[in-house]
Design a binder for this molecule. Structure first.
Ligand SMILES: O=C(O)CCC(=O)C(=O)O
Ligand SMILES: [Fe+2]
Length: 300
C-alpha cells in the first residue's frame, strides 16, 4: 500500500464477506496500488476519457532499437521462407511479423514491462492473457487499415469490459505521414463497431519512438497510410479475456524453460492456466476451477 494515500475501507478481522468478494476487493487493491506506485494516474484518466494513452519512460531507447531490428530480421526470415503475411493485399508492401514471443527472448522482456502491463491490467483484470505479439511494418503506398474496434466477431453492443486490448510499442515516430495509428478519441464509450464514415472523426496519434500506446480494445482505431519512404515498425502485444480464443496458440509453443526464467505471471499470460480447450476433464480439478467462478467484476 502506498503510504500517503489512504487505504480503501476494509472491515479487517471482522470481515464476514464471502471469500470470493474479499478476493475481488483485493484484486482491485492490487491494481490501484500498482497504478499509484508507478505514477500512472494520468494515464488511467486518459484511458477513461479517450480510450487510449501514450506512455514513456519504460525502457531505454536502445531496447526499442533492438526490438525494431529483431522484428525486421524475423520479417526477412519469413520473406525468404515464403511465409510473409501481407497487411495490404498481395500487391501491397506492408506486412505482419507473427509469433514473436516464441522467436526471440527480447519479446519476453517486452511483454513483462511493468508499466504497460499495469495499465492493461487496469483495463482487463489480472486474469487476461496474451492473444498475440506481432510486428506491424507499414510501407509507403499502401492504403490505411480500416478503422475498427479490437473486438473481432463480437456482435454489438460490445461489452463495456473490453474483450481485448492492445499495447502498441512505438518503434518509429508515429505521425500522420509516417503511418501512425489513427484513433477516434472517446469512441470506446459508444460500445459499437465504427460506422462507415468514422474516419472523418479520426486523428493521428502523435507518439515518439520510445513510447508505447495502450488502447482500450473498444476504441475505434487503425493504421494510417504511410506517405514517406522507409518503414514504420510498431509492435503489438494484444491481450484478451480468458474466455476469448487467442490469435496465437502461445501455450503450445512457449517452452517450460521460458516459463521458468520469467516472473510467475508470464505462465498465466501465455495460457498455461487456461482450462480450455481440453481433450479430457482433468482440468476440472481445484486448480482449474479457480477460473469457473461467477463474476460481475470487469477487472476479475
Ligand atoms: O498498425 C497499427 O497502427 C494498428 C494495428 C491494429 O490496430 C490492428 O492490427 O488491430
Ligand atoms: Fe486494432
Amino acid at each position: 500500500m502506498v503510504d500517503s494515500i489512504p487505504s480503501l475501507e476494509s472491515p479487517g478481522p471482522t470481515d464476514a464477506r464471502h471469500p470470493a468478494a474479499v478476493a475481488a476487493h483485493e484484486r482491485l487493491d492490487r491494481i490501484r496500488d500498482d497504478i499509484l506506485r508507478l505514477g500512472l494516474e494520468r494515464h488511467v484518466l486518459d484511458l477513461e476519457l479517450y480510450g487510449y494513452t501514450v506512455l514513456g519512460d519504460i525502457k531505454p531507447l536502445s531496447f526499442f532499437d533492438d526490438l525494431r531490428s529483431t522484428i525486421l530480421r524475423l520479417g526477412e526470415e519469413d520473406r525468404i521462407a515464403g511465409r510473409r503475411i501481407p497487411l495490404a493485399g498481395q500487391q501491397g508492401k506492408s506486412y505482419l511479423v507473427t509469433w514473436l514471443l516464441a522467436r526471440d527472448r527480447i519479446f519476453e522482456e517486452a511483454v513483462m514491462a511493468e508499466k504497460p502491463l499495469s495499465l492493461i491490467t487496469y483495463l482487463m483484470g489480472e486474469s487476461c492473457q496474451i492473444s498475440s505479439n506481432h510486428g506491424h511494418v507499414r510501407v509507403e503506398g499502401d492504403p490505411p487499415q480500416g478503422l475498427h474496434a479490437d473486438a473481432p466477431m463480437v456482435p454489438g453492443p460490445i461489452p463495456e469490459a473490453p474483450v481485448a486490448s492492445n499495447i502498441m510499442w512505438v518503434l518509429d515516430d508515429f505521425t500522420l505521414e509516417s503511418g501512425g495509428t489513427l484513433v477516434v478519441p472517446g469512441s470506446h464509450h459508444t460500445r459499437t463497431h465504427p460506422p462507415s464514415g468514422a474516419k472523418k472523426m479520426a486523428i493521428p496519434i502523435q507518439a515518439k519512438k520510445g513510447t508505447v500506446i495502450i488502447f482500450n480494445g473498444n476504441v475505434w482505431h487503425g493504421a494510417g497510410a504511410r506517405t514517406v519512404s522507409g518503414e514504420r515498425v510498431g509492435m503489438t502485444v494484444y491481450f484478451n479475456r480468458m474466455y476469448v480464443r487467442p490469435q496465437e496458440d502461445l501455450n503450445s509453443v512457449i517452452s517450460d524453460e521460458a516459463i521458468a526464467r520469467n516472473p510467475p505471471r508470464f505462465a498465466h499470460l501465455v495460457g498455461r492456466n487456461n482450462p480450455y480447450p481440453a481433450q479430457n476433464f482433468e482440468f476440472f480439478n481445484p486448480k482449474g476451477t479457480v477460473y469457473f467462478g461467477k463474476t460481475q467484476d470487469p477487472k476479475g
